[in-house]
Ligand binder design. Structure first.
Ligand SMILES: Cc1ncc(COP(=O)(O)O)c(C=O)c1O
Length: 389
């Protein structure tokens, strides 16, 4: 079998990196590691109402009534959830998927032929590269620059656009920079997309975790160009295991309708969204405020603590929302050396900036989800090491 010819798109480098080796070695010595990369909200001590579990125990769950884009009542529940945030959508413009990652795949199948490309932000979420490669989609990065705030570099973005560019991905707010797209940025992007016949895909999974909600601008319902805003339960309710996400489609009527018709066939081919979650969705989304309040409280508590305990050698980059924060640390060592030192000496795991493709060194990214005592102990250890330079 060693001569078996797998598809080129799966020729990933799979060797263990130095960070994983160091983690394995600590584990083999039974040394506990404090995890400041925690991204699984179900193990961070948030409380979920019992009513949410009872919503799964209903007789309707034993009946299968497939609907290509998701059951009507479930799509209505998503529309009602957005209406509470003053974003008005028709259930007919909503497509349910099992995850945001699946939503990306559906959109790649809809929009991009092999050899064509889309633009993705840098720094950003590392899964994009895999998602795009698996779908045979080429990509170019467009940079986000930091000058006290993160901003899109339009000139660089426009230089990446050519006749093969089909869409721009925004992450709003971005992971890990926590930056939202501004109204003027959205206007400029609409202009670029209109001029070059491109769509916008706006990943808004963290949108409800804004530190100042008045400043957050959503692309949901954007009419200027064909737009797909993405959201889902993994962040809205902090329940990634429930496997439910959505595409909110909007734009000029003709192209919007054509997209929905085509997406319906793609969705119908998979029918991947499960019935129990769709039956529970309306009740579950009523619980969104109480879950989001707990998370926003935690994020703010850890962020404030960090601000109050920074040493002169570290800079906390501005944060508008999301679950992560970025620190600029002295580039007297590489990010990899720093992160290995934090792990081996302090037993604290953080993300190196290169994981998110930061253009320069040295940055680290911390999750703000861990309970405050754990966060303070772990972040305290790395801050004291940085203070000793
Ligand atoms: C920006 C962003 N989009 C999407 C996802 C994945 O969402 P889902 O679980 O719905 O695939 C994540 C997960 O962390 C994320 O950070």
């Amino acid at each position: 079998m060693d001569k078996f010819r797998f598809a080129y798109r799966t020729n990933w480098r799979q060797e263990t990196n130095a960070l994983n080796k160091a983690l394995e070695e600590l584990e083999s010595r039974h040394i506990p590691v404090m995890d400041l990369t925690a991204s699984n909200p179900t193990v961070c001590g948030f409380v979920f109402s019992d009513e949410m579990l009872s919503a799964l125990n209903v007789p309707e769950n034993l009946r299968y009534q497939p609907d290509a884009c998701g059951m009507r009542k479930a799509r209505q529940a998503v529309a009602d959830h957005y209406a509470r945030q003053k974003v008005f959508l028709s259930p007919g413009d909503i497509i349910l998927t099992a995850s945001t990652s699946e939503a990306y795949s559906f959109l790649m199948r809809l929009l991009v032929n092999p050899g064509e490309k889309i633009l993705i932000p840098r720094p950003s979420y590392p899964l994009f590269q895999f998602l795009l490669e698996i779908n045979d989609v080429n990509f170019d990065y467009y940079p986000l620059h930091y000058d006290g705030h993160w901003r899109i570099d339009y000139q660089a973005l426009e230089r990446c656009v050519d006749s093969k560019t089909k869409a721009i991905i925004l992450v709003n707010p971005n992971n890990p920079t926590g930056s939202f797209v501004s109204t003027s940025e959205l206007n400029a992007l609409n202009e670029i997309c209109r001029n070059h016949q491109m769509a916008i895909i706006s990943d808004e999974v963290f949108f409800e975790y804004s530190l100042s909600p008045a400043d957050a601008v959503s692309c949901a319902g954007n009419q200027a160009v064909l737009t797909f805003a993405l959201g889902g339960l993994s962040k809205t309710l902090a329940l990634p295991q429930m496997k439910c996400a959505w595409i909110l489609a909007s734009g000029p009527q003709l192209v919007l309708q054509e997209s929905l018709d085509r997406l319906e066939i793609i969705s119908d081919t998979y029918l991947s969204i499960n019935t129990p979650v769709q039956n529970a969705l309306s009740l579950w989304l009523d619980h969104a405020p109480e879950i989001q309040e707990q998370i926003i409280f935690r994020v703010k508590e850890n962020w404030q603590w960090l601000k109050a305990h920074l040493s002169e050698h570290t800079e906390l980059l501005s944060l508008q929302g999301g679950w992560y924060v970025t620190l600029r640390i002295p580039a007297v060592k590489s990010e990899e050396e720093w992160v290995l030192e934090f792990l081996k000496e302090d037993h604290v795991l953080v993300y190196p900036g290169y994981f998110f493709d930061f253009e320069r060194e040295a940055y680290i990214v911390l999750s703000l989800l861990p309970p405050a005592p754990i966060f303070q102990e772990a972040a305290g250890r790395i801050l004291s090491r940085l203070a000793r330079i």
